[in-house]
Write a protein that binds this ligand. Structure first.
Ligand code: GDP
Length: 407
């Protein structure tokens, strides 16, 4: 099982949180494109974005149903859980927050923090979901990263840790300086892949200044992580990244990146940041549940009794798909699981990994994973599915402590 546990470290169960119109759909789309999950770029305005399976959703231009899509980046599997951005679907946002281990909060570089970004942020706080921030639409007239960052500090309160300096602004936004590695990433017109070049001469001083601001902010939040470097000239990118990871997971600070999803700029560094800073299923506390008045815990261990939460059910041409987050144990096709809410056994039909509009069948799914199961009849969004020999009901959200919280 050791190898299974090792494999878990390369899983990221990720959500994208945003105010309507901040660009969540476009960011999702570009992530799927960058990870090779889709081979053509969908555009939101022509209704071809791949996460929007539902015709009603296309019509309305808002994401109504959360869908989980798996993609691969840098040796990691990213399970992207689509969270509804519309305020009318707060319960669904809440449910999807339960199954995430980390999130990217998308902000509009012109509008900054908007009221709804604030309410989703608070919900994520309640669930203890570590986040990084992506300030989108830097290509727009009036875009201002510093102002957006100030609004994150003032309205959401974590210390913003800005790790990039934009190169150019509005329609001349062409790249970013990576303040950890002190290298520039530049997107040529019409190119989707960044070229790495030295920091442009005219930006060196500003980049160094911002790098010092970043170091000081990290040192303040996490003195222990940087202690051995006090007094030294150079702080390595790796040391700083390790400290940023700790600060992200504690929730005291939020790493801020920027870009333009529409122009496909900034998505690759965002994916690198997801892998570097957000936690794996092994890094989050064990989920809690109850059975007959006793409290139980289920750690992210493939050998432990099976426990999972169904978070979305959708009717598709493939059949009734139940999306589940597996917290512990392993399931295989043909296994019987216990639906704790309906109090009945259910048989697992096929297990699918959903990649945008395609499905890949897998034999087994393990703790930490997010898959869609075909063949369940009673499970609803919010149902606990578990080993019939070790039944439990996972705690509903909002009752006592959050289900997933970071120590
Ligand atoms: P959502 O409601 O958060 O899912 O936002 P969408 O991804 O649907 O984007 C809302 C609108 O903003 C659409 O018209 C997008 O084309 C546009 N948009 C998204 N990202 C960018 C960006 O980086 N720059 C600009 N200028 N427009 C963007």
């Amino acid at each position: 099982m050791r190898t299974h546990l090792d494999a878990l470290t390369t899983v990221r169960n990720l959500g994208i949180l945003a105010h309507v119109d901040a660009g969540k759909t476009t960011v999702t789309e570009r992530i799927l494109y960058a990870t090779g999950t889709t081979h053509r770029r969908g555009e939101v305005h022509d209704g071809t974005t791949v996460t929007d399976f539902d015709p009603q959703e296309r019509d309305r231009g808002i994401t109504i149903f959360a869908a989980a899509v798996s993609c691969a980046w840098d040796g990691h599997r990213i399970n992207l859980i689509d969270t509804p951005g519309h305020v009318d679907f707060a319960a669904e946002v809440e449910r999807s927050l339960r199954v995430l281990d980390g999130a990217v909060a998308v902000f509009d570089a012109v509008a900054g923090v908007e009221p709804q970004s604030e309410s989703v942020w608070r919900q994520a706080d309640r669930h203890g979901v570590p986040r990084i921030a992506f300030v989108n639409k830097l290509d727009r007239a009036g875009a201002d990263l510093d102002r957006a960052v100030a609004s994150i500090r003032e309205r959401l309160h974590p210390a913003p840790l800005v790790v990039q300096l934009p190169i150019g602004a509005e329609d001349r936004f062409t790249g970013v300086v990576d303040l950890l590695r002190m290298r520039a990433l530049v997107w040529a017109e019409g190119s989707d892949t960044a070229e790495e070049v030295p920091v442009p001469q005219g930006l060196r001083e500003e980049a160094l200044r911002r790098r010092r601001v970043l170091e000081e902010a990290v040192a303040e939040l996490h003195p222990a992580a940087l202690e051995e470097f006090v007094g030294r000239e150079e702080l390595s990118a790796e040391t700083l990244a390790a400290a940023l990871r700790d600060v992200t997971r504690s929730g005291d600070g939020v790493v801020v990146l920027c870009g333009s999803a529409y122009r496909n700029r900034g998505i690759e560094p965002l994916l690198d940041a997801v892998v570097a800073y957000l936690p794996s299923p092994l890094d989050v506390p064990a989920v809690r549940g109850g059975h007959d008045g006793t409290e139980q815990e289920r750690a992210a261990d493939p050998a432990a009794p099976f426990a999972a939460l169904a978070f979305k059910v959708s009717a598709t041409p493939t059949g009734r798909l139940t999306y589940v987050r597996i917290y512990s144990g392993t399931i295989g096709k043909g296994d019987t699981v216990w639906d704790a809410g309906a109090r009945r056994g259910e048989r697992i039909g096929r297990i699918l990994r959903v990649q945008a509009d395609r499905h890949t069948q897998v034999d087994r799914a393990l703790a930490g994973d997010i898959v869609a199961v075909v063949g369940l009849r009673s499970a609803r969004a919010g149902s606990t599915l578990c080993d019939p020999r070790a039944p439990l009901v996972l705690e509903p959200p909002g009752v006592s402590e959050p289900v997933v919280s970071v120590a």
